[in-house]
Write a protein that binds this ligand. Structure first.
Ligand code: FE2
Length: 227
């Protein structure tokens, strides 16, 4: 269990958001507390960037609420084991905008609402919903993208096993400058490990060796990194 970080946002709000995060994790079929891991990892990165306390609070709230839009959409395919069809991907790409509305509805501040909206924006401008690029994306949203992806990669999903910490870090490095802000990846890699960074991979033998055909054809390359 991850502790409630009452020093960042109001305690009642934190408890309510953690409940919503648990509902979202369950809907997405995470066995472990995914959103709370993201919140802890994101705050470690934010602290390294010496971000202001209110920015860390908005980031913490957004980490807990980031996929609330998926719950609101109630789509069965989110829980399916197979890869998404292109139509399903397009439909699911609406969840950050719906999540922004939901974050407003549950009382998150405006900055947190916008972080929910922008948690799938990519450094190179290929993300959604607004195709922002580089510094157009707020630093906190770039941090959330890295924390969300690392936490997703190191946890088992219905469509793939958990990657080891080393394999997940390699994925971040591979996609730095594409999906992720290279500066955020660099800071993340320099962090002292915390409990929430530990992978749920069962054994290191589960991990396919790098540069194999299996790696090239992995089905979770883009949108399946994290939904
Ligand atoms: Fe998402």
């Amino acid at each position: 269990m991850v502790a409630v970080q009452t020093d960042l946002i109001d305690r009642a709000a934190a408890e309510a958001f953690i409940q919503l995060a648990r509902t979202t994790d369950k809907f997405e079929r995470y066995e472990n507390p995914h959103a709370q891991r993201i919140a802890a990892i994101a705050d470690e990165i934010a602290t390294s960037f010496h971000l202001a306390r209110h920015d860390r609070g908005s980031l913490y709230a957004a980490a807990l609420l980031h996929d609330l839009g998926e719950v609101a959409m109630e789509r069965d395919y989110v829980q399916a084991s197979g890869a998404l069809s292109s139509e399903e991907r397009l439909d699911l790409a609406r969840h950050p905008v719906i999540g922004e509305r939901e974050a407003s509805r549950v009382g998150a501040d405006r900055a947190a609402q916008l972080l929910v909206r922008w948690h799938h924006e990519w450094w190179n401008g290929s993300g959604y919903p607004d195709a922002l690029r580089r510094e157009e994306i707020p630093l906190t949203a770039r941090i959330l993208r890295v924390a969300d992806s690392y936490a997703a990669l190191t946890d088992a999903r219905p469509f793939r096993p958990a990657l080891t910490e080393e394999a997940a870090k390699r994925e971040l490095i591979d996609r730095a400058g594409i999906e992720f802000d290279p500066g955020v990846v660099s800071v993340f890699l320099s962090l002292e490990p915390i409990a929430e960074m530990a992978s749920f991979a069962k054994t290191h033998e589960d991990e396919p060796p790098p540069d194999t055909a299996e790696k090239k054809s992995r089905p979770w390359d883009l949108f399946s990194f994290s939904k």
